[in-house]
Design a protein around this ligand. Sequence first.
Ligand code: HEM
Length: 504
Amino acid sequence: WQKLIPRRASDPPLVFHWLPIVGSAIAYGNDPVAFFTSCQEQYGDVFTFILLGRKVTVALGAKGNNFILGGKSTAFNAEGAYQHLTTPVFGKDVVYDVPNEIFMQQKKFVKFGLTTDNFRAYVGMIEEEVEQYMDKDPAFRTYQDNDINEWGTFDAIRTMAEITILTASRTLQGREVRSSLDKSFSDLYNDLDGGFTPLNFMFPNLPLESYRKRDRAQKKMSEFYVNIIKNRRANPDNDHHYDMIASLAEQTYRGGGPLKDHEIAHIMIALLMAGQHTSSATLAWIMLHLADRKDIADAVYQEQVERYGNPDGSFRPMLYEDLRNLPVLDSVIRETLRVHPPIHSIMRQVREDVPVPATLAAPSENGTYVIPKDTFVLASPLIAQVDPRIWKEGSQWEPTRWGDEDGIAAQALKAYTDEGGEKIDYGFGAVSKGTESPYQPFGAGKHRCIGEQFAYLQIGAIIGTLIRRIELKLPTPVPQHNYHTMIMMPKDPKTVHYRRRKFD
Ligand code: HEM
């Protein structure tokens, strides 16, 4: 019956499937890596699969990443792929709810708010939030009891999600958001987050309670931010606000006026959602790996001691400049994002027939595949990030691979950046900005992440603060990926064991 699916001779190969409509949804949904890898073996780097009635063409490898992420935005359209998921959550008139040219201006406004001055202010705030959390949260009881012999436990996801939202709200989101966290804000956040799932992605409108909750929460959340903006305007204080609300209020559109209050509100919601699961998943994976690899955890701790340790065993406070100079911690974050990039599939909608370059895939010597208009395309940088042909023991988490500038990781990237990608930046964060790279945890091209530096700062400051205070261990293996959430999370069990360090 697959012959009944309308096809042109130039269409990329169609993945074999048993169930009409459902297509390969189950194989893709359960384990996209296994599914893509087996399709790659059978069909090559470009193939089409059926996902609940939709045709999705996948392009793999560094060349596939380049084809989709570096392609023209008139041909590969992000709004067409994401708008139905994001507008009900973020709200109207921002991000994928506006023409791309407007969103690109909004993206620039956010970039203007991520200044070095603000980053300097954030590091101390993050450290303080983590300390307060450890002093208060019941999971850190043995730490609070100052018991250096007894081990306690925490759930990697829950703890890291809480620390992420506390630190993001204290810094980027602003003090009003932080002070509301203990009250209504977290309920609103949870209801809104319940609308950001694969189900919402596949079925934008279902008559379910979670969809109604999402809509109510969006309205309230929007009003909440608009009230902050109005209050600040009505009662200007003399304090400097280092947050994004303050920065967005100062921006103006090209040839137009300032952002409207509801646009600022909706951009703030978009940033909250964009940063929360991505950073907290990365933190959870880091804690699990550090607990599993005592040698690496010790190296991260020793780096803190060498750089910031006082002779009495205590530490001086972290500074933004310090964070840029911690190669061991940097390699841990970088490696975690290589093996566990939070976003495993990046989608676009094709707005015109697009030929696939013959260097990427071709049906025969003279032929060319053409991806038909209205198909969806999917890039999965994860596949290239663990490809054993590029990375030695690609699926293994091994931060030491980043330690040496002539090492295997550097060589792998150099091979690609030499072919036209931008130069590799060996500073904290930002490895390769090229669209043709086998390392793209933050995407590439026009829609590339602008939160990368903030994420590195937040994750680095949180891990530094935690590792200074506790030792870790993991009696169970590092968990497998759970692909059933929008962001790749660890499966159960994900309980990390910790013990308070002795300060002598
Ligand atoms: C885009 C990953 C943190 C804001 C992206 C994309 C990826 C990504 C892969 C590209 C999506 C696409 O092409 O469709 C990550 C990871 C993070 C992280 C791995 C943390 C470890 C953040 C944070 C913020 C943020 C903290 C906000 C402060 C954005 C924005 C975009 C984006 C505004 C642009 C979307 C577009 O242009 O379509 N991110 N992100 N991200 N991210 Fe992040």
